[in-house]
Design a protein around this ligand. Structure first.
Ligand SMILES: [Fe+2]
Ligand SMILES: [Fe+2]
Length: 239
């Protein structure tokens, strides 16, 4: 889909949001996720053939769930919390796949353009940092100077539980098909990511996956900005 077409599709979403929320000045992530056009866009990119992970509606909701688990331990004010959730609800709005299932080039940049248009007429605290977080969500190294960007990148890359796995991913036995849940905690000097796994979780597969390097980079970046060290911990459940 061309960028102009994407903006057109999303223009419908924008006008609906503005119509339904005429008197509302504050844009929230719920208004985004409850919008049928936005949901339709995310559902259209949900399950790409041959991919082990969902990329659309389920993924975006999983990233919001990650944030809901993370925010209670970060002591951010309400405006910042809303900015995190809004950025995550919109972070892949610029995403699309060509017929071969390849990603188009810079979906973060395109998403930022769409979100900027969507924000017109609303009060959006931390607007510029939020737009940058959408633009830069793919790489930890682009978010070293923004706590908001670091959180968005972390919640995106850490969408690696069994809720993200496609039927194909289950068939090929991808390791995160055996991650039941994640828990985040700050204990002493450490920001800790706890992987709650089933007995079939294979740490060797985990260590061999290049995606883990991205997860580590964005965890380290977030921990740096919190002034903490970081570690991954694994808990395997029986049965
Ligand atoms: Fe993305
Ligand atoms: Fe994403």
């Amino acid at each position: 889909m061309q960028l102009s077409r994407k903006i057109e599709v999303n223009a419908l979403a924008i006008s609906q949001i503005k119509h339904y929320h005429k008197k509302v000045k504050k844009l929230t992530y719920k208004m985004i996720l409850e919008n049928p056009e936005i949901r339709a866009h995310y559902e259209a990119i949900e399950d790409v053939q041959g991919h082990m992970a969902y990329h659309g509606w389920k993924h975006v909701n999983n990233t919001v769930e990650n944030a809901k688990k993370l925010l209670p331990i970060l002591n951010l004010d309400n405006e910042m919390q809303n900015a995190v959730l809004l950025a995550l609800a919109l972070h892949d709005i610029g995403k699309d796949f060509d017929e071969a299932g390849d990603k188009e080039k810079d979906h973060g940049y395109e998403g930022m353009l769409i979100a900027r248009k969507m924000f017109e007429g609303f009060d959006v605290p931390h607007k510029e940092e939020l737009l940058q977080a959408i633009k830069n969500h793919s790489k930890a190294s682009d978010n070293t100077n923004s706590l908001l960007g670091a959180i968005v990148c972390f919640c995106d890359k850490l969408d690696i539980t069994q809720k993200r796995v496609t039927p194909y991913g289950i068939e090929v036995g991808i390791w995160y098909g055996h991650v039941i849940d994640l828990r985040f905690e700050i204990t002493g000097d450490y920001f800790i990511v706890n992987f709650i796994c089933s007995k079939d979780f294979d740490k060797e597969n985990f260590d061999a996956d290049k995606w883990v390097l991205k997860m580590q980079a964005c965890t380290e970046n977030l921990a740096n900005q919190l002034g903490k060290e970081w570690k991954f911990q694994f808990e395997q459940k029986e049965g």
